[in-house]
Design a protein around this ligand. Structure first.
Ligand code: DPN
Ligand code: CA
Ligand code: ZN
Length: 322
């Protein structure tokens, strides 16, 4: 029997702040308790995610302004992530590959324990383009995944399933690192991976709240889509399904028949007025006007989007590995 912590998220509605705060007032009639959804997993403080982004930004600054494949900033950023994971008790490994005449690296981190025949993976790419430091793309996913991984360790989570995180290299060259990982795994090892959940751009400055559509993904992907969407329902944030197709690192897993999913806050596409009406921000502007540009810096992050998506990662880790 598996026990897991389930926190019911309950929204108490008060007509006014004073109505809620007034001490000793006669009990007033309220709207019925609105149990929005059940959530597993902790609330991750966004300041802790931001601290990792500040480190990645500093690392880019000290290494020629980027964290691109084949550049010194890539390894420096990956080494920062790895050192934090090692100190927390993860078993980490660097997988090397070659791309464009340079050595690339994937970082794979296993949380000891759980049933390895049911391994659930969470990942995102760790490389930037060469134009800039890549703080939204994909410092955001890298930092969110790192802070959730560190929280797993702090809380000494003992999931029934085996939990593995990955930070991929050379995504920007055409999904090279994640494709190399999937294609180099023995079929017996691949068969143990029961799901892969991807986080690529989760703090866009003019954010949308997108969940990868499961319809065009392998069977079983619906469960991942639902768990991710459920977080946002509980948080009172509307989402839209998005077809990410071959644009990020879940693609190789999907090709291997592994259920996949993920969240995304938008790149070069323009926010519609209907989207601005439900999410705020600016209609007619890109979700990320600094996509693949030098201005993808610490200023290019929407903290609310980063916060929600990191909490959604935590909810998915706790739920899917239970
Ligand atoms: N794969 C992203 C990039 O690194 O440029 C962009 C992207 C992510 C596009 C997710 C669509 C969906
Ligand atoms: Ca949070
Ligand atoms: Zn990119």
């Amino acid at each position: 029997m598996i026990t897991r912590r389930v926190t019911a998220v309950v929204a108490l509605l008060c007509a006014t702040a004073t109505a809620c705060a007034t001490a000793g007032a006669a009990p007033e009639r309220r709207a019925p308790l609105d149990v929005v959804a059940q959530q597993a997993g902790p609330d991750i403080p966004v300041a802790d995610v931001r601290a990792h982004l500040a480190e990645l930004s500093r690392i880019a600054d000290e290494n020629g302004g980027n964290r691109a494949h084949g550049q010194p900033g890539y390894r420096a950023g990956l080494d920062y992530v790895r050192a934090r994971l090692d100190a927390a008790g993860y078993t980490t490994a660097l997988q090397e590959f070659r791309a464009d005449g340079a050595t690339g690296y994937n970082l794979v981190a296993d949380w000891p324990g759980g049933d390895e025949n049911a391994t659930v993976m969470f990942g995102g790419h760790a490389d930037s383009v060469s134009a800039g430091p890549g703080i939204n793309d994909n410092g955001s996913g890298s930092a969110g995944l790192l802070e959730v991984a560190l929280t797993v360790a702090e809380q000494n989570l003992r999931p029934a399933k085996h939990l593995r995180f990955a930070w991929w290299g050379a995504e920007e060259l055409g999904l090279v690192g994640s494709t190399h990982y999937v294609e180099s795994l023995a079929s017996t090892e691949l068969a143990k991976i029961t799901g892969y959940v991807n986080f690529d751009m989760i703090g866009s400055p003019n954010p949308g709240y997108f969940v990868y559509a499961s319809a065009s993904q392998p069977p079983g992907s619906e469960q991942i889509e639902k768990v991710l969407a459920d977080y946002f329902v509980a948080a009172g944030v509307q989402t839209e399904p998005v077809e990410v197709g071959g644009r990020s690192d879940h693609a190789a897993f999907a090709r291997a028949g592994i259920p996949t999913g993920g969240t995304f806050t938008g790149a070069e596409k323009t926010k519609s007025s209907a989207q601005a009406a439900k999410w705020g921000g600016t209609a007619g502007e890109a979700f990320d006007p600094c996509y693949h540009r030098a201005c993808d810096t610490l200023d290019n992050i929407d903290e609310t989007a980063l916060d929600h998506n990191t909490d959604a990662i935590a909810n998915a880790v706790w739920t899917l590995t239970a």
